[in-house]
Design a protein around this ligand. Sequence first.
Ligand code: SF4
Ligand code: SF4
Length: 421
Amino acid sequence: MPELVRLFAFFAKKCQVSAKKGRVWLAAGRIVKILKMDRSRHAVVSRADLSRLFEALKERGYHLVGPTVREGAVVYDQIETVDDLPAGWTDQQDGGMYRLKKRGDAALFGYAVGPHSWKKFLFPPRQRIFSARRTETGFEIKPETEDAPKYAFIGVRSCELHAIATQDKVFMGQFTDPIYQARREKAFIVAVNCGQAGGTCFCVSMNTGPRAQAGFDLALTELLENDRHVFLVEIATELGTEVMAHVPACDATRDDLEAAERVVRQTAAHMGRTMDTNGIKELLYRNYEHPRWDNVADRCLTCANCTMVCPTCFCSTVEDTTDLQGDHAERWRRWDSCFTTEFSYIGGGAVRKTARSRYRQWMTHKLATWIDQFGTSGCVGCGRCITWCPVAIDITEEVKAIRDSERHSGVKGTQEAPYEK
Ligand code: SF4
Ligand code: SF4
């Protein structure tokens, strides 16, 4: 009950309202519901009150991680307040090109995805797995016992929600990775529906965006119209409802919902790239020997950038270290890439010696074998591998080149599919 009184007092102050039977009436006549009492699926939070959401999360012990400008890019890092968000910034992206520029308004989420993805917080790039200490009788092994950080991810895009769901299948499917699982289960997710498509985005083709459909606690749509700057908040979970009970919010009107719909529709209509995914698995399976792999190999530097920025790539290797006395040893896991020669090293040699075989492995895994392995595509259409490839190799163009060659020649494939599914 005291909590209720506090909430009434809070809303009365914020909205100049009079309280009445659990509802608060705005001077302007709009109803404001106290979400804890009257749970609504949508609410509207003003730009000024967005900070209350951040505070409510911090009060619950979450470490906020969100977009912020650093070294000329929007990256994901620890943030403290709304002021850390990239207000007024947007990005220009194309093959091998990324640039920030000013938008001309004060949008907080007016850019597409940057070089980072959330995987670096759920599946850290470098992680100690265990340490060992020499004893008088042998070695004592000490497994790594991490108290997993409790993250609140702010600004997760729809394609990224799909990427997280994809990695869930990898790390919490047939085998469970305890480090990933502990971090994942604690994470609170604030999604953002995209208000702008990046120059290399193709989530519409991959059916992964731009609207966040599932996998979040709260989803924001930023509405900037005339002088009004608000966020339509979709509340998807009990936890989201609980947090929102501490954030001043108004009821969403039909106009708000329609405005949010327009934002997403407009974004969907402006994708920077497209990919025809029709029969893509079979297309790639029957083209293992396509000459296009030689063409791409002539350009590919095998630098592994595409795999590092990809939100679904999950390969890792282990490294063992010891001190000079041989008394202490550690095993570390670190991200690896199918573009390195060592990655396919087996019994005296690398299986994939050429750039051709490595690029083919990567792209065929993403778009074909991944479907057999996990039941979904390994690509969510975020476009990072295109933007951050130093020589602008474009996965959508590579698929199109193989598809077009079949269309033009009338010949389907260069070889039989290795196995039927
Ligand atoms: S495709 Fe581009 S980013 Fe990927 S390894 Fe080759 S050069 Fe590097
Ligand atoms: S393959 Fe490229 S476009 Fe697809 S999810 Fe990975 S980085 Fe994004």
